[in-house]
Design a protein around this ligand. Structure first.
Ligand code: PLP
Length: 371
């Protein structure tokens, strides 16, 4: 019985060739032709004027928040149903994440719940395009503009997703992406920020590169960071960009196959899709209604694991985790949609090199697990 992992990178194109090229050229640090090439091409994919490659998605978030000048004591509105990096990056700036419930129709931040969470200290909003589904950006941008807040999109899981026909990453002031090994596009570790504004780009590039003045060597006008990505990682990303159409197409086919094979199983629910959303097919999602299915989500995970099928529970809501629970309780946050999804959601194996028969095997195992 072969094991089916929840994710696996697809490095079957020019990845190896370009990495060898980078090594043979001796450009293995963060200067070299693949860095600029990747930044141009990725900006093109996101419809932004520029993109800046960084060492991972968490640092991309931190860089974006420093670029919009988030300060100690400020507050930022974030969903609680997300990876912990979204909220950690806010804390890196000495600021506080304030949690907003998600919309059951998108699983992303609910724009109708934003206003009630705004205080005098609120400076910005970080909508997360969760599991590849874009957040309702027009509605979020409208509330943000009304209250003078910036918007940073966390698009770490949503490469090439579209909102009303427009790619994510260019819908707020700054967009943030991750290229971790399980993502639709990967360099193992890696990340990027995407943006249009020239002044913000200048500031973000300064902060990424130790704060060194591009015109004066060893002159540092600000305290910067080393958040750069290597030419070797960008070599892998350039090869991924070449095949991104095929990668997304194969993932879409896997999504369609899962959907057809799991349709009609009592207790199994699917990720909603808003009429204006084009989802990035990252990790196929189901929800398990324990009453109708006869087993809890966690019981199903154990049964699948016994058959060599790796799955992933949805993110544990951040307001239920030690770094955040006290502050959340003090604010009296009640997030029922987030809590429900956090308990019932499950990601199924999704990667391009997965065979159709593997998808069928996963679906069959789920069907047979029902009681
Ligand atoms: C929503 C979200 N934000 C941020 C990150 C952080 O990215 P990285 O793992 O590259 O640091 C991730 C995931 O990995 C994520 O899923």
């Amino acid at each position: 019985m072969t094991r089916i992992p929840v994710a696996a990178p697809d490095l079957s194109g020019n990845e190896e060739r370009y990495v060898v090229e980078a090594i043979r050229s001796s450009w293995i640090s963060s200067t070299g032709p693949f860095v600029g090439r990747f930044e141009r091409e990725f900006a093109g994919l996101c419809g932004t004027r520029a993109s800046i490659a960084v060492a991972n998605g968490t640092l991309a978030l931190h860089l974006a928040l420093m670029t919009v000048d988030l300060r100690p004591g400020d507050e930022v509105l974030v969903p609680s149903l997300t990876y912990i990096a979204t909220a950690n990056a806010v804390r890196y700036c000495g600021a506080e994440p304030v949690f907003v419930d998600v919309d059951p129709h998108t699983w992303c931040m609910d724009p109708a719940k934003l206003e009630a969470a705004i205080t005098r200290r609120t400076k910005g909003v970080i909508p997360v395009h969760l599991y590849g589904h874009p957040a309702d950006m027009d509605a979020i941008n409208h509330v943000a503009a009304t209250h003078g807040l910036w918007v940073v999109e966390d698009a770490a899981e949503a490469h090439l997703a579209r909102y009303k026909g427009r790619p994510v990453g260019g819908l707020g002031r700054i967009g943030v992406f991750s290229f971790y090994g399980n993502k639709v596009m990967t360099s193992g570790e890696g990340g990027a920020v995407t943006l249009d504004d020239r002044a913000l780009e200048h500031r973000a590039r300064l902060l990424r590169g130790q704060g060194v003045d591009p015109e004066r060597r060893y002159f540092f006008p600000i305290t910067g960071y080393n958040y750069r990505l290597t030419n070797v990682a960008c070599a892998i990303l350039c090869a991924q960009v070449e095949r991104i159409g095929a990668i997304v197409e194969r993932r879409r086919a896997i999504y369609a196959r899962y959907r057809a094979a799991l349709e009609g199983i009592p207790g199994i629910g699917f990720q909603p899709q808003a009429a204006w959303a084009e989802i990035s097919p990252w990790l196929f999602c189901i929800t398990v209604d324990a009453k109708a299915f006869g087993r809890t989500r966690d019981e199903l995970m154990v049964l699948l694991a016994e058959q060599g099928i790796e799955t992933r529970p949805f993110f544990r809501p951040l307001h239920r985790l030690p770094p955040f629970w006290e502050e959340s309780r003090r604010r009296g946050e009640v997030l029922p949609v987030t809590d429900h999804l956090g308990e019932s959601g499950l990601n199924l194996p999704t990667y391009t090199l997965m065979a159709d028969a593997d998808v069928e095997r996963v679906a069959r195992a789920i069907r047979e697990a029902r009681r």
